[in-house]
Design a protein around this ligand. Structure first.
Ligand SMILES: *[C@@H]1O[C@H](CO)[C@@H](O)[C@H](O)[C@H]1NC(C)=O
Ligand SMILES: *[C@@H]1O[C@H](CO)[C@@H](O)[C@H](O)[C@H]1NC(C)=O
Ligand SMILES: *[C@@H]1O[C@H](CO)[C@@H](O)[C@H](O)[C@H]1NC(C)=O
Ligand SMILES: *[C@@H]1O[C@H](CO)[C@@H](O)[C@H](O)[C@H]1NC(C)=O
Length: 245
């Protein structure tokens, strides 16, 4: 026997949740939503950033998530939530990649999209080791030098802070509006456009169109890949429109 449910009680609860929003004039409301959706320009000059981007951190032999946390200040549970393939923090494999979420900001008066991580120095560090080891090539020694005042030959080793700017992308509306989350992906020796696309389960054409001038076989340099991680904002929008209008 199929029971018939009475939804009237639930409906009135939902009306209660949604009712404050009905007071907002519809046009204003849609305007606010559109600003949210189209926030953030492509890498290059920017006008605003986006809440989340991902950094593809290549795990070198003795790195672990505690270390990644120390470098980025991103809590381990938050990192794990973007890496469903990693069941727990002790099962991270060396020589694999971990996606680290961070806020992508429009920096230097709109010059570029990036995030500034803070690194505390100790004896023996150089811009080279900070970029190529501690931040796994998410930045370069040259870029560190350009964005910090300490001369490369004389970085104080007394626990001063070095700004580690990592570039990011919030997408490119001319390519597609479907993707809202982008991975800053340092290329490695031996990779090609095809291998990067295959490794990330993305169509080659899509990867190319987000990086029109990148040399994927260069063995170094950054490219930007559409990422997965559930667009919470779109989910929220969907639920909101479904239940409130
Ligand atoms: C994590 O890696 C750092 C750097 O290699 C190391 O010093 C530390 O002992 C490691 N921690 C664990 C829990 O493996
Ligand atoms: C970063 O790039 C340099 C030069 O290509 C390479 O030697 C180094 O192993 C890379 N770092 C990591 C953590 O893979
Ligand atoms: C980050 O972007 C800036 C501005 O486009 C660029 O000058 C810099 O070389 C980039 N850094 C890296 C590590 O690619
Ligand atoms: C998108 O294309 C238009 C027209 O070709 C151009 O003016 C605009 O700068 C492009 N936007 C981006 C983010 O590249």
């Amino acid at each position: 026997m199929i029971e018939s449910f009475d939804f009237s009680h639930q409906t009135s609860n939902l009306s209660y949740v949604c009712s404050p929003f009905h007071a907002i004039p519809m046009k204003l409301f849609i305007g606010i939503l559109l600003i949210g959706i189209f926030s953030g320009a492509a890498h290059g000059r920017c006008s605003r950033g986006c809440d989340t981007a991902l950094a593809s951190y290549y795990m070198w032999q003795f790195s672990n998530l505690t270390f990644v946390y120390q470098m980025t200040q991103v809590p381990i549970p938050s990192i794990l939530s973007y890496n469903p393939n990693i069941p727990n923090q002790d099962s991270v494999q060396a020589f694999s990649r971990v996606n680290v979420p961070f806020r992508c900001d429009c920096l230097n008066n709109g010059e570029f999209l990036g995030h500034v991580f803070k690194f505390t120095t100790f004896p023996g560090v150089t811009y080279l080791t900070i970029a190529q080891e501690y931040y796994s090539n998410l930045t370069t020694p040259e870029f560190l030098q350009n964005t910090n005042t300490y001369p490369a030959t004389n970085i104080p080793d007394t626990g001063v802070t070095v700004d580690v700017a990592v570039n990011c992308s919030c997408g490119d509306e001319n390519v597609s509006k479907r993707y809202g989350l982008f991975v800053t992906y340092p290329l490695r020796e031996g990779q090609t456009l095809e291998s990067v696309a295959t490794e990330n389960n993305l169509p080659t054409e899509l990867v190319r169109s987000y990086n029109p001038s990148a040399d994927f076989s260069a063995g170094s340099g950054l490219v930007y890949l559409p990422g997965k991680g559930g667009n919470i904002y779109m989910l929220f929008l969907f639920l909101f429109f479904t239940f409130c209008f």
